[in-house]
Design a protein around this ligand. Structure first.
Ligand code: ZN
Ligand code: ZN
Length: 348
């Protein structure tokens, strides 16, 4: 299903399957979810190279491997035809300066699934298609057959990014956690906080359904922004800012405890500066940090966490109960925009 232009429906097109080069894998997609960035692209909030196949939260089965070329996943499992896998949203070179510095998401030769132009070199690079053609330099993860695809599909964007955000803190044990924004990323931060032994998890979101979702994942305190802003400044050791909302940012900074860590995650749009007082940063031992995308190790943490706790938390609630076939992709986008569901599934 090819995206060509804002305001036009995705077009159903057919292309021949590719020949594989060394290090590449062909995957038959099983399920893909509509991420917030896909919605931003189709509504014109962000610019995308076109034509393109959107969708980067994907799980599929390997249908083809290059001949005479052994490929292993991130954990060292030898991959074979039929394996259920997910993979990093990006392919990276491993040799450029940013890769060598440990930030492969900023590789000089970065390629991102669901964000590349369909051309003669590469067609199948997005999730809203029958196949994905994996680039060499993609971190692949063989997934457990014991966990449902519908609970694994958002691992490689939402959950991996949440893990990356948490990796910027000095751990959550005994800390008061504030999660601003209860989309998939924010909600997935709740079980991780609980399992790391946090003191409490407070969640703020304007949407009632999302507040309910946060509750079912075990958040201790849940507020609408109005209720929350009306409270006296609280004291939070870790603030995960997933909303990108200007007022929430200003408010959050005033609620950081001594030794607190503030993680910027949601600010992915141009925005006004916010004031930070250097003396306060020094005397109150504050840390301000940002995260964009993630490294393969963050996705590994997400995969392992889900396998360990899949029955303890209601991960099935992250995506909406209603799913769509690939041919109903346009309806799925419509549904996602109308319902404000965290994730809407396309099942192939
Ligand atoms: Zn995403
Ligand atoms: Zn690189």
């Amino acid at each position: 299903m090819v995206f060509t232009e804002v305001g036009k429906p995705l077009l159903s097109k057919s292309y021949p399957l590719p020949e594989l080069s060394e290090g590449e894998v062909l995957v038959r997609n099983m399920c893909a979810t509509i991420c917030g960035s896909d919605l931003h692209t189709i509504t014109g909030k962000r610019q995308e190279k076109t034509p393109t196949i959107l969708g980067h939260e994907i799980v599929g089965r390997i249908v083809k491997l290059p001949e005479g070329n052994e490929i292993s996943d991130h954990f060292g499992n030898k991959l074979k035809i039929g394996d259920k896998i997910t993979w990093s949203v990006m392919a990276f070179c491993g040799r450029c300066e940013n890769c060598k510095k440990g930030i492969p998401q900023k590789c000089d030769f970065l390629k991102k699934y669901g964000h590349e132009r369909v051309d003669s070199q590469r067609v199948f690079s997005g999730g809203f298609a029958e196949y994905t053609h994996l680039w060499k330099g993609t971190a692949i993860f063989k997934l457990s057959e014991d966990v449902a695809v519908t609970e694994q599909v958002w691992l490689n964007c939402a959950f991996a990014t949440t893990m990356a955000a948490i990796s910027r803190t000095n751990g959550l044990t005994n800390k008061k956690i504030l999660v601003v924004g209860a989309g998939a990323l924010g909600v997935l931060a709740i079980p991780v906080s609980r399992e790391q032994g946090s003191d409490s998890v407070t969640v703020v979101d304007p949407n009632k359904d999302r507040r309910e979702l946060a509750k079912s994942f075990g958040a201790d305190y849940i507020f609408s922004p109005e209720e929350f802003f009306a409270q006296e400044s609280g004291d939070y050791d870790v603030i995960l800012e997933m909303s990108g909302n200007y007022n929430a940012l200003i408010d959050g900074i005033n609620r950081l405890s001594i030794g607190g860590v503030f993680v910027f995650v949601g600010s992915v749009f141009p925005m006004r500066d916010i004031g930070i007082n250097p003396e306060q940063v020094v005397r109150r031992l504050h840390t301000f940090t940002g995260i964009h995308n993630y490294t393969p190790n963050d996705l590994a943490q997400a995969v392992l966490f889900l396998e360990k706790y899949c029955t303890k938390y209601p991960f099935d609630l992250i995506s909406s109960p209603k799913s769509f076939g690939l041919d109903k992709c346009n309806e799925a986008f419509q549904f996602a925009l109308e319902t404000n569901a965290c994730r809407v599934r396309i099942e192939m």
